[in-house]
Design a protein around this ligand. Structure first.
Ligand SMILES: Nc1ncnc2c1ncn2[C@@H]1O[C@H](COP(=O)(O)OP(=O)(O)OP(=O)(O)O)[C@@H](O)[C@H]1O
Ligand SMILES: [Mg+2]
Length: 230
């Protein structure tokens, strides 16, 4: 086996230009390698660019300059569709804003990532139901997102990210809307997945207890990403 990093970030710079043409630089010359099976927490103040960095790492967006390689494959030169194909079944994402589809039930939302992988509907249903059970939502499967509490929507988003048992899982504030006990249960699920299937975890969090359970902590501020050495 090669010891190729699961993610390799080379000289990534990214920012935004607002309506008045004012440029906002968010990330400056970011360098990073993440090895398979690692758990990594990204911390830093609000507005530092953590969510921006996560969407680049997951290939949801492309950086202005620099390159990001997932399992040796570069996202930068690929179209949106090609990036989606690279991600399919291999990358899971729990968004800060959940991004559940309002017209679908919890079960249908969790089944979604499986639908394009070629497994049967029956099997997809079974796996989605299993993961909803594991996040404590076995009794809420037919609820649509607006009939779920904020924490329940978050747990549905976690189940959706887990259902394909991806090689790489991103989660943006996965415990942000949960009470302490539920938050710890979700955290346990994340680390169980990490241990059992070797899933690499990249988490953004303000929760110190969650960050401290990770192998590495990276601090993002003023465009710079620095390793926190304990
Ligand atoms: N599409 C966009 N257009 C313009 N500015 C943006 C855009 N997306 C993010 N920004 C700006 O980039 C900066 C970084 O945003 P980002 O969402 O990455 O921060 P964050 O570290 O995730 O913050 P939080 O902890 O509050 O979630 C912010 O100042 C934000 O206003
Ligand atoms: Mg954010």
């Amino acid at each position: 086996m090669s010891s190729q990093p699961v993610l390799h970030v080379r000289q990534v710079t990214h920012g935004f230009t607002d309506q008045s043409g004012q440029r906002l630089s968010v990330l400056e010359s970011i360098e990073l390698q993440i090895n398979p099976g690692d758990s990594v927490a990204i911390v830093g103040p609000s507005g530092a660019g953590k969510s921006t960095l996560l969407s680049l790492l997951a290939g949801l967006d492309v950086p202005e300059t620099g390159d990001i390689l997932f399992q040796g494959e570069s996202f930068s030169a690929e179209s949106e569709d090609a990036r989606a194909l690279i991600r399919r079944g291999r990358i899971g994402f729990v968004f800060q804003s959940f991004q559940l589809l309002q017209g679908l039930t919890a079960l249908e939302n969790v089944m979604l990532p499986l639908e394009l992988t070629g497994i049967s509907v029956g099997e997809a249903k079974q796996r989605a139901a299993k993961w909803l059970g594991r996040v404590g939502l076995g009794e809420r499967m037919t609820h649509r997102p607006r009939m779920l509490s904020g924490g329940e929507q978050q747990r549905t988003a976690v189940a959706r990210a887990f259902v394909s048992e991806p090689a790489l899982l991103f989660a943006d504030e996965p415990t942000g809307n949960l009470d302490r006990r539920t938050g710890e249960a979700i955290t346990d699920l994340l680390f169980n997945l990490n241990r059992e299937t070797g899933t690499t975890l990249v988490l953004v969090t303000h929760d110190e207890r969650l960050a401290e359970r990770c192998d590495r902590i990276l601090h993002l501020e003023n465009g710079q990403l620095l390793e926190v050495v304990e």
